[in-house]
Design a protein around this ligand. Sequence first.
Ligand code: MG
Length: 313
Amino acid sequence: MTTRRNFLKNTSLCALGGLFATKATNMQAALRNTPAISRTTAAKNLGLQIYSLGGELFENVPVGLKKLKDMGYATIELAGYSPGKVGNVDMMEFKKMADDAGLVILSSHVNPPVHQYTKDNKGQILEFWKQTADDHAKMGVKYLVQPGQPSTRSLEETQYVCEVFNDSGKVIKAAGLPFGYHNHDFEFAKVVPGGTEAKFNRHGKGDAVYDVFLRETDPSLVFFEMDVFWTVMGQNDPVRYLKQYPDRFKLLHIKDSSVLGQSGMMNFETIFNQFYANGNKDYFVELEGMGNGTQFEGVKGCADYLLKSDFVK
Ligand code: MG
């Protein structure tokens, strides 16, 4: 088994030992000594939500993106959009840096500027999505995803959110992009007609907000990116949702309580198997703040876990 420590050691030994020696005669021997983990890198479709790196990426974006490529990542999902920019970098410059690193920008997380959706601010929300979708279409991004939950205190408010999601999906689709929604755990709280607050109550009355979202959004306008960790934290089974709605989940967030595979609380094998059985392939690793070490080290630990897992393609 290749532990992170061993892998780091192997990598530095390879560098010191001349893995990249220029003499052709040395190349075969060097390849034979390359850790198995590196040889499988190119074959896998690893994606990363760049939020996982926090501010570390923006210390030097071109170098940071190249590091991700070297770890085995092939695609990224953006966070930190503001009109024309990703973080503090012009969007088109960011795209060139990703191209130069050999990474595909597949998706982007963006929240509209309001939390509570009303008839008065729907126009403002749709106008925001129009500009956002146009910006992302120019950049060649394939999916636009809302990661934040709007206010859903009652069944009626939740249904209105679905109406705005559908209308947002239309505006974004007109720019050539599909619109998706990403969950946390609070979508698994329940709402009732005329309610004043969504509540976690597995055996109580009402509908989980997530179920209302799935039921009352138009599949041709809204898809779902399931964060499998937050689904489990909401006391639900990601595989049950993947089986019940095989056509709704185009993307996954592959996340654990820290570096992937270390907590033992996530059954990633059954999740990946069902996701692939549904005909999908694109997912993004997500990592919250690391207790020890840098975010880059944690993100590398996640890549190592996926590269050595036979069930991951
Ligand atoms: Mg997530």
